[in-house]
Design a protein. Structure first.
Length: 246
């Protein structure tokens, strides 16, 4: 089984590098990890005592999708320091089911009372968007950001049009299952490239911007997780976008 697991992980890496769509395995669950913790060093993902990340995930970085054996798994997110490999997050009993996918986002800073980061788990639905659309979701993990409206301004049409996700507030230290289910859902919007603007809720005051490039294989398409982080430990508030499919 161990050799088979390593082989499937290598195949997944090759498919990603070639820009091909990855199908769910009948034997594994899939997990992606995003490092959204300002001030933290690069982290490694340890599942059942085995390091799954060939390269540690830097701040605002993302792992490749990882194949995970079904059942209850222990997950550690650790510093890649060879001197003091501190445990930043310990998830002793995360359950995984075959043919499903999850996204884990570690957030907050190391200044918590326990000296550990927080992590949230999203349930992924990578159902292909309808023709002429893309899917996005927004995750507010910037601890000091005000309540915000997130505007997606489509720049590939004239005149430009937009879609706004309103009144987004920090997820908090212990997001409820209901909130996580809400955050996990994607919103379908017209295909195209976008400028993302984070504005103080109910105003036109822009506090962060980013570009969302959706072109893949010459076509505007895809499924994206967008999140805000920073605003602490001298790092500015920033918006990041992760293409998760294809």
């Amino acid at each position: 089984m161990k050799k088979q697991f390593i082989l499937l992980l290598i195949i997944s890496t090759v498919l990603i590098s070639c820009g091909k769509i990855i199908d769910y395995s009948n034997e594994f669950s899939t997990a992606t990890f995003i490092n959204a913790s300002p001030g933290s060093p690069a982290i490694n993902v340890i599942i059942d005592s085995i390091n799954q990340t060939g390269s540690a995930i830097v701040y605002r970085g993302v792992s490749l999708p990882l194949n995970v054996n079904p059942g209850s798994r222990k997950i550690l997110l650790k510093s890649n320091s060879l001197i003091v490999p501190a445990n930043f997050v310990s998830l002793p009993a995360e359950n995984f089911v075959t043919k499903t996918s999850s996204t884990f986002i570690n957030y907050d800073t190391l200044a918590t009372p326990t000296g550990a980061l927080r992590v949230l788990r999203l349930t992924d639905d990578f159902t292909t968007p309808a023709a002429g659309t893309i899917k996005v979701r927004y995750i507010p993990v910037a601890i000091y950001a005000p309540a915000s409206d997130i505007t997606f301004l489509r720049t590939t049409v004239t005149p430009a049009d937009s879609v706004t996700i309103t009144n987004q507030t920090y997820v908090g230290a212990s997001p409820s299952a209901t909130l996580l289910a809400t955050l996990s859902k994607f919103t379908q919007i017209p295909a195209g490239n976008y400028t993302i603007k984070q504005k103080i809720a109910g105003t036109q005051t822009v506090i962060a911007t980013a570009t969302l490039t959706t072109t893949f294989g010459g076509v505007n398409k895809g499924i994206f997780t967008v999140y805000s982080t920073g605003g602490a430990v001298n790092l500015p508030l920033v918006i990041s976008a992760v293409r998760q499919y294809p």
